[in-house]
Design a protein around this ligand. Structure first.
Ligand SMILES: Cc1cc2nc3c(=O)[nH]c(=O)nc-3n(C[C@H](O)[C@H](O)[C@H](O)COP(=O)(O)OP(=O)(O)OC[C@H]3O[C@@H](n4cnc5c(N)ncnc54)[C@H](O)[C@@H]3O)c2cc1C
Length: 347
């Protein structure tokens, strides 16, 4: 074999190349390790920014990307998508997009749109319930306004045998959300209302304890908002561990015997498998809980779970106020951001 001897001169010539490779590897690692956190944080901040909203929503092709996650702008488009999903064996939660309204008229207009949605669900016969945000119903203007609007929705929904779930928003609203939920659920006897628990919040362990006590209808999520480390886990591993812990508590014999019904809302296979394992080990029937995923995310997995006999519900948002919802989806997954950027330049 013809080996070139490594001399002092050739070693010196290799040094810049090696140095470059090493630097590139270190930069690549640092970017890989830390950029997701920065990106997530940046996108979540932008989701609340008015100038960014104006910029993105006035750029035509942005809708093309957003529409991957949003059923359309009208109630009829949403009902049509719900029907298509039902035909594949998937149940639906419909969400009329909107949040953090600042005028009572906007809150009342949102309530009216959701009343119309309930009418259309009833008339069309699609298998769907409704998800709402209290900040869309005016909670940031006055708690009572949101309470009254939600009461109107629950009354109409009850007359049709439908349910309404209150989505959970940023941590500053959690106490108020539970307070309004309790007043309507326990004070006024609306048994068609449910809530959401965010695994990243430290307080959720305690909240789950009383929700079990009360036999609540609960959706468990990891949590989608930008929260400080004083209230929420910063590391994904800690949130994941909390998610599994809380899911097990909400699926326990004690919880089920009190009437708790759990919706496990995640796209994360590790979470899905952990719940399946726990359920199998404790002989929990498949209809005692359900999996929920967002419209447009992991479509093949949605259908696969349904074909394995699990109850699967797809959260389907629609409406014109899609910007903050869309930004939170980008923040969750850099691949989604890449898809957005490539479409931006293709436009
Ligand atoms: C039905 C539903 C309702 C929700 N309601 C609320 C709410 O009321 N309040 C709230 O704060 N949050 C809500 N969320 C959002 C939630 O808090 C999370 O931000 C969101 O679900 C992302 O977390 P994840 O569990 O999917 O896992 P992540 O930690 O984001 O992802 C983990 C893994 O899942 C897989 N994955 C994730 N996304 C994709 C994708 N697009 N394609 C392929 N694989 C993917 C990947 O393997 C990824 O590594 C809801 C989510 C769902 C599904």
């Amino acid at each position: 074999m013809n080996k070139t001897p490594v001399t002092a001169t050739s070693r010196t010539r290799q040094t810049p190349g090696l140095f470059f490779l090493l630097s590139a590897a270190i930069t690549g690692y640092v970017f890989y390790r830390y950029s997701e956190g920065w990106l997530r944080s940046l996108l979540l901040s932008l989701s609340r920014s008015t100038w960014a909203r104006r910029m993105v929503t006035s750029f035509g092709p942005a809708w093309r990307v957003a529409s991957r996650f949003i059923a359309g702008e009208s109630v009829e488009e949403a009902i049509a998508v719900a029907g298509q999903l039902n035909a594949k064996g998937l149940k639906v939660a419909l969400d009329y997009l909107g949040e953090s309204v600042t005028q009572a008229e906007e809150a009342n207009a949102a309530r009216d749109q959701i009343l119309l949605l309930l009418d259309r669900i009833h008339e069309s016969g699609v298998d769907a319930y409704v998800s709402v945000k209290l900040s869309q119903l005016g909670v940031k203007i006055a708690e009572n306004l949101a309470l009254e609007n939600l009461r109107a929705l629950l009354t109409r929904a009850r007359s049709y045998g439908l349910r309404v779930r209150i989505d959970m928003e940023e941590s500053a609203l959690v106490d108020t959300t539970f307070d309004i939920y309790r007043r309507l659920r326990h004070g006024e006897g609306f048994d068609n209302v449910g809530v959401v628990i965010q695994a990243y919040l430290y307080r959720s362990e305690e909240d789950v304890r009383w929700l079990i006590e009360e036999g609540a209808w609960v959706r468990l999520v990891k949590g989608a908002y930008k929260e400080p480390p004083t209230v929420a886990y910063a590391r994904k591993a800690d949130t994941d561990a909390a998610f599994i812990r809380l899911a097990e508590q909400l699926l326990s014999e004690q919880a089920r015997s009190r009437g708790v019904h759990l919706a496990v809302a995640t796209h994360d296979d590790a979470m899905i498998r952990a719940v399946q394992r726990y359920a199998k080990m404790h002989h929990i029937p498949q209809d005692a809980y359900e999996f929920q995923l967002l419209y447009g995310i992991r479509r093949e997995r949605q259908e696969q779970l349904a074909s394995q006999g699990y109850c699967v519900r797809i959260y389907v948002p629609y409406g014109t106020a899609w910007y903050p919802y869309f930004m939170r989806r980008l923040a969750e997954r850099p691949a989604n951001l890449w898809f957005f950027v490539t479409n931006f330049f293709r436009a």
